[in-house]
Design a protein around this ligand. Sequence first.
Ligand SMILES: Nc1ncnc2c1ncn2[C@@H]1O[C@H](COP(=O)(O)OP(=O)(O)OP(=O)(O)O)[C@@H](O)[C@H]1O
Ligand SMILES: [Mn+2]
Length: 492
Amino acid sequence: MRACRCRRLKGVCALMMCVTLALHMLVIILVMSMFTSTCEPVQRHRARPHNLTSANLTHTGSTSSRAGAADLARLEALFSHTLYTLHGPSSPDDDTLLRVRSQVNEEHNAEQWLSNSKEGYDPILWNSSTETHPPWLRFHLGISRWQLYSHRDTNLPALQEQLSTHRIVSAVQKTGGTQLKLVITFSNYGQALFKPMKQQRNDETNVNLYYFSDFERHNAEIAAFHLDRILGFRRMPPVVGRLIDVIKEVKDITTDHKLARTFFNSPVGNSCFYGQCSYYCSTEHAVCGRPRALEGSLAAMLPDLSIAPRRSWRNPWRRSYSRSKLTLWEKTPTYCDAVKKTPPYDRGTRLVDLIDMTILDFLQSNMDRHHYETFEMFGNNTFLLHLDNGRAFGRHSKDEPSILTPLVQCCRIRRSTLLRLRLLASPQYRLSDVMRASLAQDPLAAVAPLLTEPHLSALDRRLGTVLQIVQRCLLQHQHHHVIYDDIPDYSG
Ligand SMILES: Nc1ncnc2c1ncn2[C@@H]1O[C@H](COP(=O)(O)OP(=O)(O)OP(=O)(O)O)[C@@H](O)[C@H]1O
Ligand SMILES: [Mn+2]
């Protein structure tokens, strides 16, 4: 650990962070000089039952059979459509996030790190060849200016498999944010953000709750990832569902004493914990296994901020936390005119990227989008990360039209997005059908469908609303004012 900057930090937790960070650095340095965005393909595999961690919840057979072969065929056909393989003028793989240094530092030879592989962790057998890289590292190295992973990324199934089955060696609470979540570390040094199940999938959010008091939903995080991918954005880190043994995979291995102290047995003998956070971290809001198996979502962790810093931007259409006051955008129909003149929305794709995020949020009914993040090194010419979707899919019986305000007020949309939305509104590729098929591939679909049918129908209904608004815009404004043509060579 000679070169490690966090050397002065004490404790196992700090040591682990150092090792992980240093490993990221080392491998990135090793591959920099030769790395191109094409990773060595790994064996692509079809959706198949995963080994669930809990012995008392058994798998109910092939997940794809639940969704139906017809839905799966629709999903396959959708992903084969030209609109998913097209590259705009800003090619998705024109530059990558982690191609930052070109020289190999002699001090950082693999052996130095080999000796640091810790008990419980897999031996580190990586070198500059992408073939030797674990899935999480390939994911990091594949992040580009316009997307987190590529369409038909051959590493995606491997990454999902890692998240859903790989051995967990550490679980600590993630600080910040309002609700309980854990950073999970795997034995191959990969990491994930774990959000536990807090309510049943078919619970509808109480209508009297303000959105900012709403619980986060693990299935919303999973469903959001599938939706983002189906919309062709690929701006959300991959998320999978998993059953975690709260004793074996959290309590027994955590170095987070504050977290460990919050474990208890419920009156019916289930293992529960509640952690420490600013909302809902009390015995009344504990998360409980059955008796130890707890459902949750695991999102692939992005590269550490010290390697790939991110910038947080306030959403111009952010909501007020006040229960009585309206914000400026709610009172001013011409609000977008001002936004359009304000950097970075006055040039490039920032405004249409924000509209893409708006459409995603309206479809999943996510009102909790105060901020969004970008990778700092890409400047303003880059995609917006669609992180934190835990408050989506709270209600299926009601839509929230105010989420669409940016689209209504700006009347602007990427042409590629609009064409994909039209595709998803056609019976051939109906959004609810392809979502059903996609979600059925998640390991937790074996326990229960990730989204109930009313939620899937709500997606179709909301998609209809989005398309109606765009039609209205096209009637009111000149075509080129509404449509941002990011795919001028596509004539379809
Ligand atoms: N996959 C990820 N990889 C790395 N960092 C992440 C990832 N997902 C989220 N984060 C970071 O962790 C922070 C908290 O995550 P998130 O917003 O999902 O939790 P939260 O409890 O809902 O927070 P809040 O209450 O502020 O909404 C985010 O602001 C983001 O910077
Ligand atoms: Mn949140």
